[in-house]
Design a protein around this ligand. Structure first.
Ligand code: DGJ
Length: 712
């Protein structure tokens, strides 16, 4: 409580310090919560006026501001559509220096309880928030809108947002910046199972205009939800002022998904993780640290170098072909060979995407020795074996569908196919058991398999479930996510030593919620290295490179050394016909593997420093990024010339090194072993001591930097 008030008793105050930034809420006389302050120092701000003059902390429908959409809208059991929450109490607990703050409120009139929770992670400065609703009314209530956060910002006229979504499949992570204007801007995603093909659930808000890597306010926000999400930015002018009020709401997308909630059953909104940083580099540092600490599995373990067969063979392979590829994978020094789609189906062989899905028996026509023969072939050659599964789906042409036509997501109409398949309904207990069983059975039938790619290749259409009564069908959108997470958690628990890659037609499921059971994700099916640089650039704002699988393919027909250099700045691997490569190409691959071996600790565990932007810099034809060892003794820099240059060669200012260090510099474009560029001080490197490479489209340079000594 503070004593900043004159004539009234001190209002109850809630302060959340997320590590350098935070917020203060205060309750007015009616108990209604208001946001007193937000941002750097926001947890220490005094309450200077009656709280009623501050914006609502989490506006409810029917509140005093009729002009702005609410962050919570519920129809109560007896029909009342308004909610008025009053503070009941604040519970605080600490765990290892971090804090859980639970702000408990109750409707003034009805037995509805809403708890606003905030969990700090001070090491990173990322704050997690969610909202819980529980009631004891005389029958179910309907939740129409429930955002997990609804902070209000005072923004300048140049305020802008960056969103991450393009045209859908193969266009994930497209970077769009836009200036905010008055009104409500909604950035949402749909599709249920693979919504992030449309828009990844991340947002950069720059309240005072464009930020740089090191300067300017940047608010970063991630909705940790494996389903449809929504950001809403409500901008309202302030009379006579250039500044505006902006309320940011973030949570599930309520379209078609109102939730009918019975008495006594808690409803928990998704966690939204957010931070307020100075410069985009700090934002990324924070999200990487938090993602490693609270999201990804085994974050300290170096991820393997994977060779996959999908782009090489699609469905057309046999045992000899796969063993041949395993042979080559071993030969170039891969860690894992991953057998993709097409290995199963007996009655309905999986020779294309229109049959066999759901029937997880190996196709002996293709693989007479079964999976064990492939595991043995890999093991004999010192490579681990990995396998692709898609447990949540079924083709009509399958034994599974013949046996269980009623297991699929559908309403009363004939369900539509998408990629010739239907989605199984995870709200049915037997479906969840089946899905867990798919992985158990596949791994059990191929002992020694230690890597699984989990795919999901269709969205939800024709939503409906027989697990819920007619008046609860809209609950399915939320319940499906929890049911799917339950399946994933069971799989991860049952196979703690198996590495899991998350994939949904590419990057259709890249949220911090679902990734808790995975080690990495397939960033996009689009592996054209020119596009990939921009995708990885955007995605890298939120995820360390260890999580972003990046494979060299033939997509786009780009020079192989360029494709290798691009994949080297992610979790490196190949999806290339290694058997068909000529000696010169194989030599490029070997060189790339050697670079990966020397630099993967930096790329996966080092600090990402973005140097030249391909998405919003002055010359988007080029990109450069560095990964620096935590002790700054080494770094690797990737320079990419994506298209014909738009401007004369840029100076390459390599920052983030030990300011007292002298470094040796070695560079290669992967067409040869490379050469030494001599030594330079960190200051000289920051001043452009290394020239930009030749300005030719689709060329790259990998620069390895090693500290030799500190200057006298
Ligand atoms: C979509 C994935 O993104 C691809 O990598 C591949 O696994 C196919 N599915 C297989 O059907």
């Amino acid at each position: 409580m503070t004593h900043d008030h004159d004539d009234r008793p001190d209002p109850p105050v809630v302060r959340v310090d997320a590590g350098g930034w935070g917020w203060t809420w205060a309750a007015d006389v009616a108990g209604r919560l208001h946001q007193v302050a937000l941002g750097p120092g926001g947890a220490d701000a005094p309450v200077e006026v009656d709280p009623v003059w501050y914006p609502d902390a989490h506006p409810t429908w029917g509140g005093p501001d009729p002009y702005r959409p609410p962050a919570l809208r519920i129809t109560h059991a007896e029909g009342t559509t308004t909610t008025r929450l009053a503070l009941v109490r604040v519970d605080r607990s600490t765990d290892d220096g971090d804090e859980l703050v639970r702000v408990r409120t109750r409707d003034e009139l009805l037995e509805l309880h809403v708890t606003f929770s905030a969990r700090t992670h001070r090491v990173s400065g990322v704050l997690e928030q969610w909202v819980e609703v529980e009631h004891h009314e005389d029958g179910p209530v309907t939740i129409w809108d429930l955002d997990s956060i609804a902070p209000t910002f005072l923004v300048g006229p140049e305020a802008q947002v960056v969103q991450f979504g393009g045209a859908g499949w193969a266009d994930e992570w497209a970077w769009t910046t836009e200036r905010l204007t008055p009104g409500t801007k909604v950035l949402d995603s749909m599709g249920g199972i693979q919504p992030h093909l449309q828009r990844a659930p991340f947002l950069l808000l720059e309240p005072n205009g464009p930020a740089t890597e090191t300067e300017g306010d940047v608010v970063g926000c991630s909705i940790a939800w494996g389903g449809n999400t929504r950001f809403a930015l409500d901008v309202r002018p302030r009379s006579g002022e250039a500044t505006r009020d902006l309320r940011l709401r973030a949570g599930t997308n309520p379209t078609g998904a109102h939730y009918v909630l019975d008495p006594g059953v808690p409803f928990v909104s998704p966690t939204v993780a957010w931070t307020w940083a100075t410069g985009r580099a700090e934002l990324t540092d924070r999200f990487h640290r938090w993602t490693r600490a609270r999201v990804l599995r085994d974050p300290e373990r170096t991820r393997p170098l994977v060779v996959n067969n999908w782009e090489t063979t699609f469905f057309a392979f046999d045992q000899d072909r796969i063993v041949g590829l395993i042979d080559r994978a071993a030969d170039i020094g891969a860690d894992v060979f991953l057998l993709d789609d097409g290995w199963f189906g007996t009655t309905h062989p999986r020779d294309d995407d229109d049959a066999g899905l759901g029937d997880w028996e190996v196709d002996r026509r293709k693989l007479p020795g079964g999976l064990p023969a492939l595991v043995d072939a890999a093991t004999d050659r010192g490579v681990r074996f990995g396998i692709w599964v898609e447990p949540e789906m079924v083709n009509r042409r399958s034994e599974l569908f013949a046996e269980h036509p009623d297991w699929v997501v559908r309403d009363r109409r004939e369900p539509r196919e998408h990629r010739n398949q239907l989605a199984l309904d995870p709200l049915l207990g037997e479906v969840r058991d089946f899905e867990v069983g798919v992985v158990d059975r596949v791994l059990g039938g191929a002992p020694g398999t230690s890597y699984v790619k989990w795919d999901a290749n269709r969205p939800v259409t024709d939503p409906g479930t027989r697990a819920l009564p007619a008046d609860r069908q809209s609950n399915a959108w939320v319940d499906w996510v929890h049911a799917t997470w339950d399946v994933m958690a069971r799989v991860a628990d049952a196979h703690p030593d198996v590495e899991l890659m998350l994939c949904a037609s590419g990057g259709g499921r890249t949220d911090h919620g679902t990734l808790r059971w995975f080690h990495e994700f397939w960033t996009s099916d689009n592996t054209d290295p020119v596009t990939r640089v921009r995708m990885q650039w955007a995605c890298g704002h939120w995820f360390p490179a260890s999580a972003m699988a990046a494979h060299v393919t033939a997509w786009g027909g780009r020079p192989l050394q360029f494709a290798c250099a691009v994949a080297l700045s992610g979790r490196f691997g190949f999806d290339l016909d290694l058997e068909a490569l000529d000696d010169a190409s194989l030599a490029v691959c070997r060189r790339a593997v050697a670079v990966a071996r020397r630099t993967q600790d930096l790329v996966q565990h080092g600090r990402l420093i973005r140097l030249v932007s391909p998405v919003d810099g002055p010359d988007r034809s080029r990109a450069a990024l560095a990964f620096v060892a935590p002790d700054r003794s080494r770094a690797v820099v990737f320079c990419y010339q994506l298209d014909d240059p738009l401007s004369p060669p840029a100076e390459l200012r390599i920052t983030g090194l030990d300011p007292d260090g002298i470094y040796t510099i070695d560079a290669t474009d992967l067409s040869d072993e490379g050469r030494s560029l001599g030594t330079a001080t960190a200051a000289a490197l920051a001043d452009g001591a290394v020239a930009w490479m030749p300005d030719e489209a689709t060329t790259a340079r990998v620069i390895e930097i090693t500290r030799v000594a500190a200057p006298d």
